[in-house]
Design a protein around this ligand. Structure first.
Ligand SMILES: Cc1cc2nc3c(=O)[nH]c(=O)nc-3n(C[C@H](O)[C@H](O)[C@H](O)COP(=O)(O)OP(=O)(O)OC[C@H]3O[C@@H](n4cnc5c(N)ncnc54)[C@H](O)[C@@H]3O)c2cc1C
Ligand code: SF4
Ligand code: SF4
Length: 500
């Protein structure tokens, strides 16, 4: 919980970049790190965990946006003794975790519980309160807040830019999902066509199936290989009946009496890879075709809505329509105003927003204390990481399968599809870990050492120390230093011995 205020949420929806680095993949498949973390998170009620916080300080901070960036910043500030008020435009807190990701991937009780952990620390969330409409940055400073954190996300759907897009029955994917997620329902057509290849397109398609659409299709201009949506999500959508047309792009919305009734598309081809390795989609002349639909949902991307920020003195914006801030401190050009999450990066992932919120909290505390905000925060480069070798004797074992709600039971409801490991499956999966790192950074050693001798964020310093012998005391399990002979010349030097 120290770094991650939303463990059950991220245990479900994180794209698990950590698994790409798992060295078990050299043998068979990476460890299911995210699913194991979910199992651990689901075994406790996070509201019962005591979160250690520094003594309460008099300063307060205003946060705009209650997505993972805003929530994470509020949580980390509270742990530092600084309370905040989060202002949220929507009627409920959670950002895209609430209004973007459908409940079949993230049950609302999980999200609610973990937001409650944060409000239990004294964080106040004021919903239905929008920056620009109900509050201003100047007003927040006048009200006494010492700093403002902007975490407005990226909620404006990008238009297709084709004729007929204003017809009735055309609706942005994020707007469609927002209504479903806040009210549990929205109008859905019989034949729904969705444009795009990312997770938003997949979420829209799976929501449309659940709401009763008879035929749901996704039109994507590249091939499946280039599709940015996650493979497991694509497979789940297909299993639920969603059809995907690859290498096709929309050209014109076909409408009758102002209402969408179809879409004219054109087939695409991919060019040879350019210098960056990317293959550009190009239309094939004369390959136009029509798709019948009574609802068209573009889901080709989002950008931040900057209307509440454009007039604010000191803020600057990139040519991609995102806010700008210092890459290390997240400070904007206006003193005391910080920004992070999708507002800065454009649409990204929840764990990126959580990390940004944590870094902003560190900066905000230093700003309030009048300390240097950047000092000592250069990323630690580990150019020569050391790992235990992957043992050749380890038998191959497939990764534990995630149990799922049967497809036949998914129609007409938003029940969670991935059901989570039971204890036995979790134990089996955890047993696949070959424990190949030297430190899992659980920081228990920092907690345990009463002399505070373990300084975890200490930077490496190289020193040569003449010694008569080296005694290795690496813990309770027998350790064979011969496997890293280059580090401890155990075979070569008779005075290198183990504690055993
Ligand atoms: C459909 C969909 C599915 C996704 N699936 C995943 C996934 O599976 N895994 C993953 O890691 N990421 C996923 N993402 C991305 C992830 O949700 C975002 O990267 C993340 O939520 C960004 O966090 P944030 O705090 O920066 O912004 P947001 O979560 O967008 O939160 C911003 C908040 O600010 C509020 N706000 C905006 N303007 C104002 C204003 N003027 N005044 C007050 N409040 C305002 C918004 O209402 C919102 O609540 C998905 C995104 C979408 C759209
Ligand atoms: S320690 Fe376990 S989880 Fe981490 S990289 Fe090695 S096998 Fe994967
Ligand atoms: S939050 Fe971190 S550890 Fe957890 S699944 Fe995501 S990347 Fe992996």
């Amino acid at each position: 919980m120290e770094d991650l205020p939303l463990p059950g949420v991220l245990g479900r929806i994180c794209p698990h970049g950590c698994e790409d680095a798992c060295r078990r993949a050299e043998m068979d498949e990476p460890l299911a790190i995210r699913d194991l973390k979910r199992l651990a998170a689901d075994r406790v009620d996070p509201r019962e965990i005591v979160v250690p916080c520094a003594p309460r300080r008099p300063e307060t901070v205003a946060i705009v946006g209650s997505g993972p960036a805003g929530l994470s910043c509020a949580y980390q500030l509270a742990r530092r003794g600084i309370l905040s008020t989060i202002y949220e435009a929507q009627p409920k807190a959670g950002g895209m975790l609430r209004v973007g990701i459908p409940a079949h991937r993230l049950p609302r009780e999980v999200l609610d519980r973990e937001i409650e952990v944060i409000t239990n620390l004294g964080v106040d969330i004021k919903t239905d309160t929008a920056l620009g409409r109900d509050i201003t940055i100047d007003g927040l400073f006048t009200a006494g807040f010492k700093a403002v954190y902007l975490a407005l996300g990226a909620h404006k759907g990008i238009e297709l830019g084709i004729p007929g897009e204003r017809a009735d029955g055309v609706r942005q994917g994020v707007d469609f999902l927002r209504e479903v997620n806040l009210s549990g329902m929205t109008w859905v057509g019989c034949r729904v066509a969705i444009i795009g290849g990312g997770n938003v397109a997949i979420d829209v398609s799976r929501a449309a199936v659940r709401l009763g659409a008879e035929a749901v299709s996704i039109i994507y201009r590249r091939t499946r290989i280039e599709m940015p949506a996650w493979e497991e999500e694509i497979r789940a959508a297909e299993a639920e009946g969603v059809k995907i047309t690859y290498l096709a792009a929309p050209q014109e919305v076909l409408a009758r009496e102002g209402r969408v009734q179809g879409l004219r598309c054109i087939r695409m081809d991919l060019t040879e890879p350019d210098s960056s390795g990317r293959r550009r989609p190009v239309p094939i002349p004369g390959s136009e075709f029509e798709v019948a639909c009574d609802q068209l949902i573009p889901a080709i991307g989002q950008r931040p809505d900057l209307s509440a920020l454009e007039e604010v003195t000191g803020l600057s914006f990139s040519r991609y329509g995102t806010a700008e801030a210092d890459a290390v401190t997240y400070a904007t050009g206006r003193p005391g105003v910080f920004a992070g999450g999708d507002l800065l990066t454009g649409p990204w992932v929840a764990i990126g927003a959580v990390a940004a919120g944590k870094e902003a909290a560190e900066s905000i505390q230093r700003y309030i204390d009048g300390r240097d905000m950047a000092a000592g925060r250069e990323p630690i480069k580990n150019e020569h990481p050391r790992y235990r070798p992957v043992p050749r004797s380890e038998p191959r074992r497939p990764r534990a399968q995630m149990p799922e709600l049967p497809v036949a039971q998914r129609q007409g409801n938003f029940r969670e599809v991935e059901l989570g490991y039971d204890d036995a499956a979790g134990r089996g999966e955890a047993g696949r870990c070959i424990n190949c790192g030297y430190c899992c950074e659980c920081l228990q050693c920092v907690e345990a050492c009463l002399a505070k001798a373990v300084v975890h964020d200490q930077k490496p310093v190289e020193r040569e120390i003449p010694v008569g012998s080296v005694i290795l005391c690496p813990g309770s399990s027998p350790f064979d230093p011969a496997v890293i002979e280059n580090v401890y010349p155990y075979r070569k030097c008779p005075n290198v011995v183990t504690s055993l």
